[in-house]
Write a protein that binds this ligand. Structure first.
Ligand code: PEP
Length: 588
């Protein structure tokens, strides 16, 4: 048995036979045609381009219907690349000048594009690398589709699947994932890819467990071998032994039972088991506007974190003010006028959409560099465009604005000054807006946690972003598997900072929320409530189970647990203490 660690991009457990995809795609031999056939070769190419563009258009329409316009647009981008004149003229030039067959010309031109993109990845380091890699895989996908049209046979390995499989591949293309059905593709794992790759985002939307960014494994597995994907922990298990299979089968059964298991709680209040009951407000985290209604479907009372940087998905330019406005207005309209919607201003840079963000290229430590609010304060037009849209959309309901990655009081004050300037501009221009929006700051950098008593005087609410707070407190990159042993929200250093932030918020009578992954983990809920948390925001899928934990919890018990946890010395001790106090529920 072998366990490989990768990046978890879509949760869930799957066990099944592997379908191993050819790592090389279709290989095309160097072939030329006689000069008098060049014309008909070009005609073949044009037909193939038309057919492939029509397929991409159909797929876009199908996926837009299934997953909404933002994800459907991934296929729109592919359609534009296929229809791009530059691509066609370059391929035709190879056929004209070198008498290449249409297939070989397609392969040559696209492989050259890909090579240039790969060189760009090497040159640019982290900055823009994700975008260049993504474009390279789009082109390889287009090559495969064009060759399939020219050769007259499908190269799609998924069309004839009759039994469920786990797909293992070097990389997967958006056109592959479009045809994935959770019935036949139980899960997938790839050697390349990161958490923000299109394939990863689609896997989440299709609710197929997935792990990406695994070190080379395809040479160690054959089609039909049993494998396990643990999409919660980012693991691929090759050749699992019987005991491991049995353990994972139990976990899978438990996970499958979960959504229905808590369905009855959907319309029940999120309150503790005290007399009188203490309300703990549950909100949802979203990345795309169309996810807003899922928050209500799962029993959340609003949106606690809208990650607006996902407006950059499929974009090569900054979103316009109207695009920002339309997205925010849509979220508010779905959520209704009296429930809160917290819009976080752009958290771009480092691992998120850095190529279109205006970040400086070649930063040695992008996570410590010009990212997030720093980047916005360095690009005032970009920032003001978003703030204008925020204030305009606020007329539709209870919109709140939140600034990410604040590390100094000055930075927060600059954001507030800018917001006031934008209000004045809108007023002067006679554009309708709502001025009295509540203002919050993320607490995700240790300096902000340490200064929480000062920051609390400046804002209406805090939201603790534990994903970054853990990374910056423990100096452990949240995406680096080599330091994953250090990255732990239960670390006493993190708990002390959270307590400090809660105390400052309570002293200044402002709301405090936790919106990192920690608040979606049932094990940590009693601890957070014991530390003083009365509101949290998590992935909508997690809301029903969290509500179950809260409804079984007494405040005094939670406070006793938090007090004891704070006396412990290591993350491991805290975790095992919590597990003993609150053993996980078994399958029904
Ligand atoms: C919610 C957070 O922000 P991000 O979008 O970076 O995960 C966090 O850091 O906890």
């Amino acid at each position: 048995m072998e366990i490989r660690q990768g990046t978890a991009v879509s949760p869930g457990i799957a066990i099944g036979p592997a379908l191993v995809l050819d790592t090389e795609g279709v290989r095309i031999p160097h072939r030329t045609v006689p000069p008098d056939q060049v014309g008909s070769e070009i005609a073949r190419l044009r037909r193939a381009l038309e057919e492939t563009a029509a397929d991409a258009r159909n797929t876009r329409e199908r996926m837009t219907e299934r997953l909404g316009p933002a994800l459907g647009n991934i296929y729109g981008a592919q359609q534009s690349l296929i229809e791009d004149r530059l691509l066609r003229t370059q391929i035709e030039a190879r056929i004209q000048s070198q008498s290449y067959s249409a297939e070989y010309a397609v392969s040559r031109v696209i492989r050259d594009f890909v090579k240039r993109l790969e060189d760009a990845v090497e040159l640019r380091g982290n900055i823009g690398a994700a975008e260049a890699r993504r474009s390279a895989s789009e082109f390889i996908d287009i090559e495969r589709q064009l060759l399939s049209a020219l050769l007259g046979h499908p190269t799609d390995p998924f069309v004839s699947l009759t039994e469920p499989v786990i797909v293992l591949a070097t990389d997967l293309m958006p056109s592959d994932t479009a045809d994935f059905s959770p019935r036949t593709v139980r899960a997938f794992a790839t050697e390349s890819g990161g958490a923000t790759s299109h394939t990863a985002i689609l896997a989440g939307a299709l609710e197929i467990p997935a792990v990406v960014g695994l070190s080379r494994f395809l040479t160690d597995v054959s089609g039909g071998d049993t494998v396990i994907i643990d999409g919660d922990k980012g693991l691929l298990i090759l050749d699992p032994d019987d005991e491991t299979i049995a353990r994972y089968e139990a976990r899978r059964a438990e996970a499958l039972a979960r959504p229905d298991r808590y369905e009855h709680l959907r319309d029940m209040p999120s309150v503790t088991d005290d007399d009188p009951p203490v309300p703990i407000r549950l909100l949802g985290n979203i990345e795309l506007a169309q996810e807003a209604s899922q928050c209500l479907d799962r029993g959340a009372e609003g949106v606690g974190l809208y990650r607006t940087e996902f407006l950059y998905l499929n974009k090569t330019a900054h979103p316009t003010e109207e695009e920002h406005y339309a997205a925010y207005a849509s979220v508010l309209q779905q959520i209704g006028p009296s429930r809160p919607v917290v819009i976080r201003t752009l958290d771009l840079g480092a691992d998120k959409f850095s190529s279109v963000s205006g970040a400086v290229s070649g930063e040695k430590n992008p996570f410590l560099g010009l990212r997030s609010v720093r980047l916005c304060l360095n690009n005032l037009d970009l920032f003001k465009t978003q703030l204008r849209a925020v204030l305009r959309a606020a007329v539709f309901g209870d919109l709140r604005v939140m600034f990410p990655m604040i590390s100094t009081v000055d930075e927060l004050r600059r954001c507030k000054t800018l917001l006031n300037e934008v209000k004045e501009d809108l007023e002067y221009a006679g554009i309708p807006f709502k001025g009295g929006v509540r203002i919050g700051t993320m607490i995700e950098v240790p300096s902000a946690a340490l200064m929480a008593d000062v920051l609390a005087r400046e804002v209406d609410f805090f939201s603790i972003g534990t994903n970054d707070l853990v990374q910056y407190t423990l100096a452990a990159d949240r995406n680096n598997e080599h330091v994953a042993n250090l990255y732990n929200p239960a670390d006493p250093a993190v708990l002390r900072l959270i307590r400090m932030v809660m105390q400052a918020a309570h002293k200044h009578k402002i709301d405090v929320n936790v919106c990192g992954e920690m608040s979606g983990e049932p094990l940590y809920i009693p601890l957070l409530v014991g530390l003083g948390l009365r509101q949290l925001s998590a992935t909508p899928r997690k809301i029903p189970e969290i509500k179950r934990v809260i409804r079984d919890l007494k405040i005094a018990e939670a406070e006793r647990v938090a007090e004891h946890a704070l006396t412990l010395e290591t993350a491991r001790q805290v975790e095992s203490y919590l597990r003993k106090q609150f053993p996980p529920e078994g399958p029904d």
